[in-house]
Design a protein around this ligand. Structure first.
Ligand SMILES: Nc1ncnc2c1ncn2[C@@H]1O[C@H](COP(=O)(O)OP(=O)(O)OP(=O)(O)O)[C@@H](O)[C@H]1O
Ligand SMILES: [Mg+2]
Length: 365
């Protein structure tokens, strides 16, 4: 078990900066999910921790050791990749035993470690089979087992479930979580599946364009996104974001859209809005915090239903407020049709305000 510390880590590819001054501490035994859109630098960050590619700058410490100049094999890590090539002609047992044989462990020690890993991963009954005689999920567990037998200080996993079908993914997700609960090993887990991150991780590191945008517990990232990028990335469907103008009317503070609709802010939100660097702010609202009315109530803004998307448990309606589209979740029985005029109510306690210039969340004074 070990803490992993990244300090101002940088990776250039020519003029392109794939990882830009990322600082991050993964606590001993913590499960951290690295998330972000394609190309944001997740795999590069993981490869830097593993030592598979040279760094352009910064420091990486694993278990209180500066590992910048250490080979991957000396870093006490095990990696599990998306493509978990198993040895096709070796049995599961031999696949698991191989890394230990390479390290010249005694036969009884190897046997004990293989059996323990097989027990944890529930593949004891598969030890004599070959990889092609296994399902995708079973193969994935063998790949994990191969990392597990090495008993590393840190597990690094790069989208290890992305090859699996939807049902297996969910199953393996639970098993990975269980595995972490049992072993308390430090894990850095790259995924672009938010649900995987939210359900498994103690903390989420959200990256974009090589920068670390936010690093916090999943519920905090969800409840208090630090900027419009995180707000628009986390959550499914993501938070609706609408650029608006802050307008003072006597003591009151209103938000006004270029499309003409406006509504008054609560005192607290008014303070937040006035702390912006200009009169431009971005209004953010999650689908579950919006309400649809069929007639104009005080505080509502007029819109028109654009698309209705039933998903079974919940129906999502995309509503056009002028040029902007916001997403509202509804009871599946709520009567609503495309092109219908509706009135949208923002929950003042749940709305988010971001600075229109810096895109950073505005906090209460
Ligand atoms: N060997 C390389 N040479 C040049 N550029 C690279 C190299 N490897 C990665 N990059 C670039 O660095 C950036 C980050 O890549 P990286 O693979 O870390 O993204 P990622 O977040 O893992 O994306 P994905 O979700 O698609 O796997 C991308 O713009 C990519 O094109
Ligand atoms: Mg990647």
């Amino acid at each position: 078990m070990a803490e992993v510390v990244l300090k101002e880590v940088v990776k250039h590819y020519g003029a392109h900066i794939a990882v830009n001054h990322v600082s991050l501490t993964v606590g001993d035994g913590e499960f951290v999910a690295l998330v972000g859109p394609s190309g944001c630098g997740k795999t590069t960050t993981l490869n830097l921790v593993a030592g598979l590619i040279p760094m352009s700058g910064g420091e990486i410490h694993i278990a209180d050791r500066l590992v910048n100049d250490l080979d991957p094999k000396d870093r006490d890590i095990a990696m599990v990749f998306q493509n978990y090539a198993l040895y096709p002609n070796k049995s599961v047992y031999k696949n698991l035993a191989f890394p230990l044989q390479m390290r010249k462990l005694a036969k009884p020690d190897i046997d004990a470690k293989v059996k323990e890993a097989a027990r944890v991963l529930d593949i004891t009954h598969l030890l004599e089979r070959r990889p092609r005689e296994l399902s995708g999920g079973q193969q994935q567990r063998v790949a994990l087992g191969r990392a597990l037998v090495r008993d590393p200080a840190v597990f690094l996993m790069d989208e290890p479930l992305s090859n699996l079908d939807a049902k297996l993914r969910v199953q393996m997700r639970s098993e990975l979580k269980r595995f972490h609960q049992d072993l308390h090993t430090t894990v850095i887990y790259v995924t672009h599946d938010q649900l995987e991150a939210v359900t498994m991780a103690d903390k989420m590191a959200v990256m974009s364009g090589g920068f670390l945008q936010q690093y916090d517990a999943p519920d905090m990232v969800f409840a208090k996104p630090v900027n419009t990028f995180v707000a628009g990335f986390i959550g499914s469907p993501a938070m609706s974001l609408v650029p608006v103008q802050v307008v003072r009317k006597g003591d009151a503070v209103w938000l006004r859209s270029v499309d003409g609709w406006e509504f008054e802010l609560s005192a607290e939100n008014g303070h937040k809005a006035l702390s912006a660097t200009s009169d431009k702010v971005v209004l953010g609202a999650r689908h579950s915090t919006l309400r649809i009315h069929k007639s104009a109530e005080p505080g509502t803004v007029p819109g028109r239903v654009y698309i209705v998307e039933p998903t079974g448990d919940v129906t999502f309606a995309q509503v056009k407020l002028g040029a902007s589209i916001i997403i509202v979740s509804l009871d599946p029985h709520f009567p609503i049709a495309p092109d219908e005029p509706v009135f949208v109510e923002f929950n003042q306690n749940k709305l988010h305000l971001f600075d229109g210039e810096t895109q950073m969340a505005l906090a209460a004074a």
